[in-house]
Design a protein around this ligand. Structure first.
Ligand SMILES: O=P(O)(O)OC[C@@]1(O)O[C@H](CO)[C@@H](O)[C@@H]1O
Length: 391
């Protein structure tokens, strides 16, 4: 039985159960991703052999450490204590999925030395998304928005940043769905964010970024709104230090998105110019901390990152993976309070997340009952979302 002093616990999610969502990621999504990476970039035979070896290891082998001289090998040896040399499907899902991306980069020679160093294996997918017609239409819609009342503009920016999270390329590999039909917000603390910001002296707002392209574009529009309305004195955007989870944003992706917005006509172009100036002037700061690609929950963040985030008026966390890392990738009862599981976080916190994995918390009893009665895969379909705030 839970007592007041005993911290909550719940089983950690692993990939062991055949047919489970986590199992499908390792058994199906990752092989499909490796095929796509090979189709998109003509890697030479030795790189392809390394990819084959990785896939064989995931299926039949045990988790091998990185070579001793590999980029971040020490860090990964530390993060891997208790997980290395075990079968891939037995270790925590959060850990195996994250390490898979690190090993994929090793296989394609991303960290070098050598001629393939620095080539983002996911860049072709990210670029195609940014060049697509949907982006043009989304940016053009900003012209009509500028005539709306200020609070409607706030809401629209928050909502776009939330639903932009559906635009995750890893998710599309298995679902093929990005049309936005049947979306439902099952927890909405959006008003609490605006109230919190309006009641606080303008300080730094932190954003834990998720995907590039069609998610990062609305994130940047929201960032501009926070800066332009004076609610944020500065914004600190935490991105990934290297390509990760297919479409996760790196500094290069931020620059590409700001360029794309600035090239658009009308209001979007104006916002793009402001974002360019905010970056150049130091009001919009980009950080790429190694822990952003760690296979661990945020409760275990290192002291330097904790001290950085503690300065935030509020931290806005984007996406499913960040959410799993915030609350812990466990089979929590879905009514477990969000505030309780995120009490470890060093600043007020807002999570914008579409549900794309088994973790769900902070739901009401009645909301949960309705979701369970829907007969849908509501935890993983990407059509349900939450906006959850913890002061
Ligand atoms: O963090 P994001 O981009 O919202 O989602 C990442 C994701 O696609 O990856 C995992 C499975 O691969 C799931 O947690 C989730 O569906």
């Amino acid at each position: 039985m839970e007592t007041e002093s005993a911290p909550r616990s719940a089983p950690v999610i692993t990939c062991q159960e055949a047919g489970s969502f986590a199992w499908s990621v390792l058994a199906e999504r990752h092989p499909a991703l490796v095929r796509k990476v090979r189709d998109a970039t003509p890697y030479p035979p030795e790189r392809q052999r390394a990819l084959d070896a990785l896939m064989a290891e995931v299926t039949d082998g045990v988790i091998a450490p990185l070579p001793e001289d590999a980029h971040g090998a020490d860090r990964w040896a530390r993060w891997g204590e208790g997980q290395l040399r075990r079968p891939w499907f037995e270790v925590p899902f959060l850990w195996s999925e994250s390490y898979f991306y690190r090993r994929l980069l090793e296989a394609v020679g991303y960290f070098g030395p050598g001629p393939w160093q620095g080539l983002d294996p996911f860049a072709p997918f990210k670029a195609a998304e940014l060049d697509g017609p949907a982006v043009e239409a989304e940016l053009a819609a900003l012209d009509a928005l500028s005539g709306r009342p200020a609070d409607a503009q706030d809401q629209a920016m928050l909502s776009s940043a939330l639903w932009g999270n559906k635009a995750d390329l890893g998710f599309q590999i298995s679902s093929g769905d990005l049309d936005g039909k049947g979306e439902h917000l099952v927890a909405d603390d959006g008003a609490l964010l605006w109230r919190h910001l309006d009641a606080s002296p303008p300080g730094p707002v932190y954003v834990l970024a998720d995907n590039a392209g069609r998610e990062l574009l609305p994130d940047l529009l929201l960032i501009d709104r926070l800066l332009h309305t004076g609610r944020a004195a500065a914004v600190v955007l935490h991105v990934k230090p290297y390509p990760y989870y297919v479409s996760d944003a790196t500094t290069a992706d931020v620059v590409a998105c700001v360029r794309r917005i600035a090239q658009a006509p009308g209001r979007a172009g104006e916002i793009g110019a402001r974002l360019h100036d905010a970056l150049a002037g130091g009001c919009l700061l980009v950080r790429a901390h190694p822990f952003s690609c760690a296979p661990l929950p945020y409760a275990e963040m290192p002291p330097d990152l904790r001290a950085d985030l503690a300065q935030a008026t509020v931290t806005i966390s984007k996406g499913d993976l960040n959410y799993r890392r915030l609350v812990g990738d466990r089979r929590w009862p879905a009514t477990t309070p969000f505030a309780e599981l995120t009490a470890h976080f060093p600043s007020p916190l807002l999570a914008l997340r579409t549900l794309k994995s088994d973790v769900a918390v902070g739901l009401s009893e009645s909301g949960l009952a309705a979701l369970d009665a829907s007969g849908e895969d509501w935890r993983t379909s990407g059509t349900y979302a939450v906006i959850q705030f913890r002061p």
